[in-house]
Design a protein around this ligand. Structure first.
Ligand SMILES: *Cc1c(COP(=O)(O)O)cnc(C)c1O
Length: 373
């Protein structure tokens, strides 16, 4: 029986050759590759600067530090995200203030932001979920009006555009991530993009133990971290970056197959919708079941038995134990996010999936959903 994992990276000869060359050179960290990667990445996204880091979460931490977010501050963000976006706000001692999401895209609903703004609000951390952008025009307008900083969590949405403009270019800074399930990978890795020279210099220094401009060893301006990306990761990233546009086109094609095969089962399964202002770059393919969510565990089990891995994507952050205990959140606080979480099911999605694979996965899914519901 053919098995379908949820995700897997595409590693070709170029990737292997690039990493081998680093290993043979003996320069495994603080060489030239991470600098090349930063330059090429900034150019691809369309920002002046980029700072490579060891993972996306570290990048978000730096973005918040560079925005001077600190204890007592509040940051508005989405409860429908991977936990890292919200945890990074906690790392700097600030409070994540959740705003419920748009039922179509699962991104923060700009119309619900203003009611959450008070004198402690300092920033909006906008997450572009699953591969499509949040409504950045409205978010930027609110931010200008209330003098808030905007940080984009673009970890899932590399190359996506809102009204023709790429994610990563709207806010003061933005962060992309390269874990092996993302659209491109460096193993572990991430990068921060910005047009601000001061944010760039601050993040560059903070990622390298707070070292001063002179770059003299042991000249430390402030409390820094070791968030550096190593040279093997950067070399892998350079190979992947060269293929990114074709990777994205391939993902869009696979998403198209899913949509067309799933259309027969519209009574059972809702397909993801791309908002008209967005281009979607498909980090994951997440459907919503139209049946009682109590059956979902059984569906995931049956699918696994049939060789198809699937997963809840994503649980709402405010309902994790840690957040409930710390902030007193309870079910019902963010009903749209909770409804999307309850009905969500991510399906196998990676480069190399063939049209017949998608057809087979959809047939198995539909049969199991019909049987169990
Ligand atoms: C992947 C991801 C991150 C960063 O994850 P790392 O594993 O630290 O690279 C942050 N936010 C979102 C929404 C993500 O999907």
């Amino acid at each position: 029986m053919k098995k379908f994992p949820l995700a897997k990276p595409f590693i070709g000869k170029k990737e292997i050759d690039n990493v081998m060359a680093v290993l043979k050179s003996g320069v495994l960290s603080l060489g030239q590759r991470h600098l090349d990667f930063e330059k090429k990445f900034a150019k691809k996204v369309g920002t002046k600067y980029a700072v490579s880091v060891c993972n996306g979460t570290a990048g978000l931490h730096l973005a918040l530090l560079a925005a001077s977010i600190k204890e007592g501050d509040e940051v508005i963000t989405s409860p429908f995200s991977f936990i890292a976006s919200s945890n990074a706000i906690l790392y700097v001692g600030a409070r994540p203030v959740f705003v419920d999401v748009d039922p179509v895209t699962g991104n923060i609903d700009p119309e619900k932001i203003e009611e959450k703004i008070n004198k402690n609000t300092k920033a909006i951390l906008a997450v572009h979920i699953f591969g499509q952008p949040a409504r950045m025009d409205e978010i930027m307008k609110i931010a200008r009006e209330y003098k808030l900083k905007v940080i984009e969590d673009a970890c899932e949405s590399i190359e996506a555009t809102f009204k023709g403009q790429k994610v990563g270019t709207f806010g003061e800074s933005a962060v992309f991530a390269f874990y092996p399930n993302k659209q491109m990978t460096t193993g572990e890795g991430g990068i921060l993009t910005t047009n601000s020279l001061s944010v760039y210099e601050m993040c560059k220094s903070l990622a390298n133990q707070g070292r001063g401009d002179s770059m003299q060893w042991l000249d430390h301006k402030y409390l820094g971290y070791n968030y550096r990306m190593d040279e093997m990761s950067a070399a892998l990233g350079l190979a992947q970056l060269g293929r990114l546009s074709s990777f994205v086109r391939e993902r869009q094609k696979i998403a198209g197959w899913y949509k067309s095969y799933l259309s027969k089962y519209a009574d059972l399964i809702e397909v993801p919708v791309t908002a008209s202002d967005n281009t979607h770059t498909w980090f994951v393919y997440v459907v919503r079941l139209k049946i009682d969510p109590k059956h979902k565990g059984a569906i995931i089990k049956e699918l696994a038995k049939a060789g198809v891995v699937s997963k809840v994507y994503l649980p709402s952050i405010h309902l994790f134990d840690f957040y409930r205990k710390k902030f007193g959140y309870k079910p019902g606080d963010y009903p749209i996010s909770e409804d999307i979480s309850a009905r969500s099911l991510a399906l196998p999605f990676y480069l190399g999936l063939k049209e017949q694979d998608v057809q087979l996965i959809v047939t198995k899914l539909a049969k199991i959903v019909r049987k169990i519901s």
